[in-house]
Design a protein around this ligand. Structure first.
Ligand SMILES: [Zn+2]
Length: 447
């Protein structure tokens, strides 16, 4: 007799080290397709972006969490299907260390803590293994097992409505025969759709360069992804975007992208590869180094330890703000920490920056002639100034101190959309209230 008791099952997986970032979400869609007849989905697949500063991960560092309701006697078969898909995918791309984790029932608080750590710190494979064993999570890995870390983190990061911010991303996928071809997305249709649905959708087009940023580059199964606040709007928008090639499949994900979730749990301690958020006093005028990167020096306000702050070339206009910083300015720096051997010190690689206070700086100028208003010239060291036009001389006159117009305002500065990291909250999402629920819409995926 079949056991019809239903259990909540969480499946997490992470396709680490894959250079093709779209693989993890594609794997998710394949799994959704293969289990959909036997489970009830309690959530969209969650696309969880973890610490973006981990050097052995691709820039996206994304993992997937699924939450399902399953009859007890079907769990084994669901797990088997997930393992098979993971094996198939890693045969296609042997440069991966995927992991798969299955947990049942309520998410313990400790698991949530693990997830928040994965957003901001480096977690070792051993720590993840111990964790999975302590909580009796079924787990399966290929390669060195690194995928375990993101898999556990994706299960524990539940993006709970009313408590946590989240957004959605609808990803469309290409037919296998098109994967190596150039993506052709009709610019006009995208502009129109973006206008129609903004601000419910965001980061479709880079406002500084007008570049299309919904499509990844390279041989990746993703055709394009659109980000927004509501699933129904993403579906509508997909229908308006014209492409030369056929969309083979799509899936909507619930995600921590564009939420600043990593900064919420960031520390102001400077630890290599960690996410950093803290106040810094600028101590030197910034320099532009080869490659167009802007580097400034400063010290942590809390303990005066020295750090560099860097705004890289791709952040374009954002660098102009960093370039204007001067000693004694105070900023709230948000970014990733990297130890730089060549500087024997730590650099905060800025993802965004809030200018908290702007110091007064002065320049000294020769005084003006009191009789003809011409600018005077020095009459020699400690001999005052003279006017070349009318001959006026004054041995007592000295340079005048004039405040410099800093051409800088306090406030939050964020790189343009095309240089933003997945987790960074764009301006237009600031001050949005938290969503109080999510509803699985019909047609949230299709293959
Ligand atoms: Zn004069």
């Amino acid at each position: 007799m079949s056991d019809l008791r239903e259990t909540t099952v969480h499946i997490g997986f992470d396709d680490t080290d894959s250079l093709r970032g779209g693989c993890t979400t594609f794997l998710a869609l394949r799994l959704v397709e293969r289990i959909s007849n036997d489970v009830e989905f309690l959530d969209y697949p969650r696309l969880i972006r973890n610490n973006p500063n981990i050097p052995w991960k691709t820039r996206g560092n994304g993992a997937i969490g699924l939450t399902l309701k399953v009859e007890e006697d079907k769990i084994e078969s669901i797990v088997e299907r997930a393992i098979n898909i993971l094996n198939e995918m890693s045969e296609e791309n042997n440069n991966t260390n995927p992991g798969l984790v299955i947990a049942k029932g309520e998410i313990p608080q400790e698991l949530k803590q693990f997830s928040y750590k994965a957003l901001t710190e480096v977690i070792s494979i051993e720590t993840a293994k111990d964790f999975a064993e302590k909580f009796c999570f079924k787990h399966y890995t290929i390669g060195n097992g690194r995928g375990l870390i993101g898999s556990i983190a994706a299960i524990g990061n539940t993006l709970q409505p009313e408590c946590e911010d989240f957004t959605y991303e609808l990803l469309t996928y290409r037919l296998p025969q098109n994967i190596k071809k150039k993506r052709e997305i009709d610019y006009e249709s995208l502009i129109q759709a973006d206008k129609k649905y903004s601000p419910q959708v965001f980061n479709n087009i880079d406002e500084e360069s007008n570049n299309i940023i919904i499509a990844p580059a390279g041989p990746d199964p993703v055709l394009y992804g659109i980000r927004g606040e509501e699933p129904t709007i993403l579906l509508e928008m997909m229908k308006k975007i014209k492409t030369k090639e056929q969309i083979s499949a799509y899936c909507i994900f619930r995600t921590n992208q564009a939420t600043d979730q990593h900064f919420e749990y960031a520390s102001s301690d400077v630890v290599n590869f960690n996410v950093f958020k803290g106040e810094i006093k600028v101590t030197e005028k910034p320099k532009v180094i080869p490659g167009g990167h802007v580097i400034s020096h400063g010290e942590l306000l809390k303990n005066k330890s020295k750090v560099d702050i860097a705004a890289f070339e791709p952040s374009k206009g954002f660098r102009d703000i960093i370039k204007k910083l001067l000693p004694e300015d105070r900023i709230m720096a948000f970014g990733g920490v990297k130890y730089k051997k060549e500087f024997k010190g730590f650099t905060i690689q800025l993802e965004k920056c809030e200018i908290l206070s702007i110091a007064d700086h002065f320049k000294e100028e020769s005084p003006f002639c009191p009789s003809c208003n011409n600018r005077m010239v020095s009459n020699g060291l400690n001999k005052g100034y003279k006017c070349r036009k009318c001959g006026y001389k004054n041995r007592e006159s000295t340079k005048v101190r004039k405040p410099i117009d800093r051409k800088l305002s306090r406030g939050l500065y964020i790189p343009p959309a095309q240089a933003q990291r997945h987790l960074v909250k764009p301006h237009r999402r600031n001050n949005l209230p938290l969503k109080n629920s999510f509803v699985l819409i019909d047609n949230w995926w299709k293959t």
